[in-house]
Design a protein around this ligand. Structure first.
Ligand code: COA
Length: 340
């Protein structure tokens, strides 16, 4: 059976930086509240919130270009794409096909994954299964989001909108049967759909009959249907329970222990969640990588964006044991354990 090796990783964020002070000009908030509750100091938004050029697929494309460069492969070498996002360019089709065109790939398959904050972990797991089975050899896995176009910048939306940012990350997974390379060792995926509405975006959804209402009644769709809503405390409590469970599960599956771990990269949901997990599992601070301070929560992009930066900064080296874990809307959660 083949193993899935990481051939290259890359990331891309829009240039425009938005600080907590910038947000305090749009809504009643302040740097102290945001920093204390989330650890976030700034995030990147595309320059123009209504830009039709710098889209989610475009960010993913730029991250993919960087990942390809780092892997010494070209777009022509790819034989499958998995694209994770909750903020696609179109309601349909997904971003996978758009990036296939942007990269100039052959007419390879392109799959979109809609698993929000866990999207990248789900996407990697799917790609890993394809590679292990021998179906595909070089798979591009992308996580990308443009959140800034769809957030409620009024006071009513402030507990959600201050958290999220735009960005993208990409990984090239490649098949190997080299005995000296381990690649992905274990994965797990979970869901609990009874909590779907604890963190969700209702519009446009078939449950809410939105198209009839929008076309027939002025102002028929309310702000809490158009914008994402979140029961923050509830999400927090579930996250700090599910993260340690999925981490221990993936380590046990591979016969590894917490002591074996060189680096843990949690989905960048909230710095306080990451710190809570670190303390609960007794992990040394230097074995947990966070960059939410600079980017906010970039949902499906957060893990590949953090992985890419950690590698760039030399905090992850070839051969290191790395755990990637996520929890989010759905609820969904899961982990990937790999030897880089
Ligand atoms: N600036 C200033 N005040 C704010 C604010 C903001 N941006 N957002 C909310 N507040 C106010 C609230 O109105 C409330 O005021 P009140 O006490 O007068 O009613 C007060 O701050 C506390 O609000 P609350 O929502 O209880 O805050 P919290 O301590 O639960 O923190 C989150 C809110 C969102 C930061 C926190 O719940 C959280 O991080 N949850 C996890 C969310 C997450 O990780 N989501 C990502 C998906 S994986």
């Amino acid at each position: 059976m083949f193993k899935s090796i990481i051939a290259g990783v890359g990331h891309y964020v829009p240039e425009n930086i938005v600080t907590n002070d910038d947000l305090s000009k749009l809504m009643t908030t302040n740097d102290e509240w945001i920093t204390e509750r989330t650890g976030i100091k700034e995030r990147h938004y595309r320059k123009n919130r209504n830009d039709s050029e710098e889209t989610t697929a475009f960010l993913g494309f730029k991250a993919a270009e960087n990942a390809l460069k780092n892997s010494n492969l070209t777009a022509k070498d790819l034989d499958f794409i998995v694209f994770a996002t909750l903020s696609p360019d179109y309601f349909f089709p997904g971003c996978g096909v758009l990036i296939q065109e942007m990269l100039g790939c052959e007419t390879i398959g392109a799959l979109d994954v809609r698993n929000q904050c866990s999207g990248f972990v789900y996407a990697m797991s799917v790609a890993n299964a394809y590679i292990k089975s021998g179906e595909y050899k070089n798979i591009l896995v992308v996580g990308a989001e443009i959140h800034s176009f769809g957030l409620d910048f009024s006071d009513a939306g402030r507990s959600v909108s201050v958290i999220f940012g735009d960005g993208a990350g990409a990984v090239i997974l490649t098949a190997s049967n080299d005995e000296n390379k381990q690649g992905i060792l274990a994965t797990n995926l979970h869901s609990e759909g009874k909590y779907a509405e604890e963190l969700c975006n209702k519009f446009p959804g078939s449950k809410f009959g939105w198209s009839d209402r929008v076309l027939t009644e002025p102002n028929a769709v309310s702000a809490d249907e158009i914008y994402p809503t979140m029961n923050g405390n509830f999400v927090f409590k579930h996250a700090v329970t599910r993260f340690p469970e999925t981490i221990m599960e993936v380590l046990n599956s591979a016969g590894k222990t917490l002591e074996d771990l060189d680096m843990f990269i949690p989905h960048q949901a909230n710095l306080r969640i990451a710190q809570f997990i670190q303390k609960k599992l007794n992990l040394p601070e230097e074995k947990v990588f966070n960059n939410i301070q600079k980017y906010g929560n970039t949902t499906a992009a957060s893990i590949p964006l953090a992985l890419s930066e950690a590698i760039e900064k030399g905090k992850i080296k070839r051969g290191d044991l790395v755990c990637l874990s996520a929890f989010g809307s759905g609820f969904t959660w899961g982990s990937i354990l790999l030897e880089y």
